[in-house]
Design a protein around this ligand. Structure first.
Ligand code: ZN
Length: 85
């Protein structure tokens, strides 16, 4: 797992502040277009070109769901977060 510092920002859904991102399934650096799951509310967001979180469009969300293994990992993270809250 790798944790990266990102610009301080708020989750587009719950508004909680975040300033770090972790890749639980590998040592990945955060990059534009990466998927983020909010540790507070489980919302799926995307990193933009400035590494700021934004809500994915409906088309982007549909595209994410077609990437079976990546979406399965996203759902595992969301389920884990929902059990903690
Ligand atoms: Zn959130």
């Amino acid at each position: 797992m790798k944790t990266s510092e990102v610009p301080r920002m708020s989750c587009p859904k719950c508004g909680k502040e975040v300033d770090r991102a972790s890749s639980p399934f590998g040592d990945y650096e955060v990059a534009p277009g990466c998927v983020s799951v909010c540790i507070y509310c489980g919302a799926v967001n995307l990193f933009d070109a400035d590494l700021r979180l934004r809500k994915p469009t409906a088309m982007e969300m549909a595209g994410l769901k077609t990437q079976a293994e990546a979406w399965r990992q996203t759902c595992r993270i969301r389920n884990f977060i929902s059990m903690q809250n």
